[in-house]
Design a protein around this ligand. Structure first.
Ligand SMILES: Nc1nc2c(ncn2[C@@H]2O[C@H](COP(=O)(O)OP(=O)(O)O)[C@@H](O)[C@H]2O)c(=O)[nH]1
Ligand SMILES: [Mg+2]
Length: 259
């Protein structure tokens, strides 16, 4: 464990989350002292961005990136990663801004980050689960996970989860800014890149709850785009990042030095 406390950034992507964003960011900021929040808002028609801008005038740990229009979940994560790296954060969380991901799991995820390079808040490990999601969403999620895990040969149980923590080292190594998926399949490709580089991934069980207010932004075209993107990634994987070999070598050395 490093001697100086690590600084973490929590990225909250928002599109029309006016009812959720302030109470949620307040909870996140209260859950651990070394956390900042950056909201990446895509000019939400419901005024989410204005609410955050107003609160950020007095809350110095709350930040806002405003984008011109709805540019997708994947590129919203990228804007948050860039912010985290430029401002010297040691680790970057992502979570949904609709209370589906409960901030109470953050301390446990931080603990796991002592042992791993990436930690996923997972619905599909013992102790994890889903509450109040309609049957069709459960089936879609289970199928999307099976599909991506099988095609991309991922060793993680919840590879479509948006509740994650990445070390800055991971974000600097896996070249996320090259990812072509602008939407939800960004998550599967990130998991693929992380695993392929040899980083260690931990999973903390979480209970995912259906959103409290507002409506889901996923639609049928996005589901087909995501499925297609996973297939293309499996058939034509992106080139291995330049720094990946060094990571793999270091992991091999650590493994072979263990008794
Ligand atoms: N900035 C931004 N956020 C988005 C976009 N699409 C979805 N989100 C946010 O991503 C999170 C997950 O989206 P949600 O609609 O809840 O997806 P679901 O949980 O799969 O139904 C929420 O915080 C959304 O507000 C987008 O295009 N841009
Ligand atoms: Mg949601």
């Amino acid at each position: 464990m490093s001697s100086t406390p690590r600084r973490s950034l929590v990225v909250l992507p928002t599109y029309d989350e006016a009812e959720n964003i302030l109470p949620l960011s307040e909870l996140v900021l209260a859950v651990a002292p070394g956390l900042d929040v950056v909201v990446v808002d895509d000019n939400s028609p419901d005024g989410t961005g204005d609410l955050v801008a107003e609160r950020a005038r007095t809350e110095t740990r709350l930040h806002l990136i405003r984008r011109a229009g709805k540019l997708g979940l994947g590129t919203a994560y990228l804007a948050g990663f860039r912010y985290g790296l430029e401002h010297g954060f040691d680790q970057v969380f992502t979570m949904d801004a609709d209370f589906s991901h409960n901030p109470k799991y953050i301390p446990r995820m931080l603990e796991e980050m002592e042992r791993h390079d990436v930690v996923i808040g997972s619905r599909y490990v013992p102790g994890g689960g889903i509450e109040n999601w309609p049957v069709h969403r459960r089936i879609l999620s289970a199928f999307a996970n099976f599909y991506a895990r099988t095609l991309l040969r991922l060793p993680v149980h919840d590879c479509t989860a948006g509740f994650r923590c990445y070390s800055a080292d991971v974000l600097e190594t896996v070249e996320p800014f090259d990812i072509k998926a602008s939407g939800y399949s960004f998550l599967e490709e990130m998991a693929f890149r992380v695993c392929r580089c040899g980083f260690s991934v931990g999973e903390v069980p979480i209970v995912f709850e259906n959103r409290r207010a507002g409506s889901s932004k996923i639609d049928s075209p996005e589901i087909y785009r995501a499925a297609w993107h996973v297939l293309v990634t499996a058939l034509r994987p992106p080139p291995l990042p330049a720094k990946a070999e060094a990571v793999r070598e270091a992991r091999r050395a650590t493994a072979s030095s263990r008794p």
